[in-house]
Ligand binder design. Structure first.
Ligand code: SP5
Ligand code: ZN
Length: 382
């Protein structure tokens, strides 16, 4: 099985993050992906691919261009215009309620004000080369998506590729970042997949034959950014299993009532879960999610894979075991869809490799079958 990995993620290496009213060592650190890469090499069943540069355009199609331009310059501007600092974080947040009953505020121009406009919390510091690392994570997701699309479009095969993304992406919304995420890797890749399928397929397809994709988010935390980006879209289904936001980050989104808006009504589905969810309980929720994906009949499946659902994760309170990860991988694989697996969270650094290889084992085992069978596209759809 192929995986896409770039060493450039190591350039994002904050030394502190402000969390739980304390200055902590960052949970989201380079060692996470170094451990994952080590485990995939040691396993023997994986082939590493370097990402290709896809440029800035796919990022600016999904995110507001002003956010992208801000992230390109913000760290250096803070050094020049405020004071030298290894990590740069906001301290004044542009909360909409400050202006209750008034006209909407103007976008600020000073860098310290823009930080609180474009970032929603304090745990996601910028360092000197964060922008380079965040762009490399996007290229990793886009390259993995291209490998899956190439196989689908040229040979009709449904393969699976793992995108070793870091920093993660699913908390980054269209024009605001946070939650250790800068660019929404999976959302950019899903938009790119739809664009490529639209270019390759005839223009005169009926509405229910047009390209569509599903994003299944199994990170411990709700994928608020992905939900926001696709909330009004009928061609991207977003389904998230996560800790109930009534008790867990990101707190303000991820409730079951959030079902989409406009054309997107019904294409967003949240399944909030209680504490200490075990393998069987997680699998039952996943079975429900998969039944919705089966009905939607996507051309491609994206998985936002968070390994922070494990029983040993320092940020989570679920109870998924290595055997649970195997079963989760098996259930997702059994849908038989062309699949891009995108790395999100997971913070028990020394165990991330074994959790990941447990999850991916079903895809490794299915590879011979997936590369000999033709995937039936253009199924009849609702
Ligand atoms: C991508 C991703 O997984 N982002 C997660 C960001 C979570 N940040 C908030 C963590 C709050 C930590 N409080 C932990 C208390 C655990 N006992
Ligand atoms: Zn997470």
């Amino acid at each position: 099985m192929k995986y896409v990995y770039s060493d450039l993620h190591q350039l994002h290496d904050p030394q502190v993050e402000i969390e739980d009213s304390a200055l902590n060592e960052p949970s989201e650190r380079p060692a996470r992906l170094i451990e994952i890469d080590r485990a995939l090499i040691a396993h023997g069943g994986f082939t590493k691919v370097e990402p290709n540069s896809h440029g800035i355009y796919p990022i600016k199609r999904t995110h507001e261009p002003a956010l992208v331009d801000f992230l390109a310059e913000a760290w250096q501007r803070f050094q020049d215009e405020v004071r030298p600092s290894r990590e740069v974080v906001p301290d004044v947040f542009a909360m909409a309620r400050l202006r209750d009953g008034m006209t909407e505020g103007l976008a600020p121009t000073r860098v310290e004000a823009q930080l609180g406009w474009y970032c929603f919390e304090t745990t996601t510091p910028l360092v000197a080369e964060t922008f380079t690392a965040a762009r490399s994570a996007v290229d990793v997701a886009l390259t993995a998506t291209d490998l899956v699309l190439d196989e689908l479009l040229t040979a009709g095969k449904a393969i699976a590729v793992y995108a070793a993304c870091r920093p993660p992406g699913h908390h980054a919304a269209r024009n605001i970042y946070g939650g250790y995420c800068f660019f929404n890797n999976v959302a950019i890749a899903a938009d790119h997949a739809i664009a490529r399928l639209n270019e390759s397929w005839p223009e005169d397809l009926s509405q229910n034959e047009r390209p569509r994709v599903s994003v299944l988010d199994v990170d411990y935390h709700h994928g608020n950014g992905t939900q926001q980006i696709f909330y009004d879209r009928a061609d991207v289904q977003f389904i998230s299993l996560h800790a109930d936001p009534a008790r867990a980050y990101p707190f303000h989104l991820g409730f079951a009532e959030e079902r989409g808006t406009g054309d997107g009504v019904g294409a967003n589905l949240n399944i909030p879960l209680g504490v200490q969810i075990d393998d069987a309980q997680f699998d039952a929720a996943l079975a429900e999610a998969m039944s919705h994906i089966e009905k939607f009949k996507p051309d491609l499946l994206f998985v936002s894979l968070g390994l922070d659902i494990s029983a040993t994760d320092p940020l989570g309170d679920f109870a998924v075991t290595p055997d649970g990860f195997k079963k989760i991988g098996r259930r997702i694989e059994s849908a038989g869809l062309p699949t891009v697996i995108v790395q999100e969270g997971g913070y028990d650094v020394s165990r991330l490799g074994s959790y990941l290889t447990s999850f991916l084992q079903a895809f490794v085992d299915a590879e011979p079958r997936r590369s000999s069978e033709i995937f039936a596209r253009h199924q009849t759809r609702p």
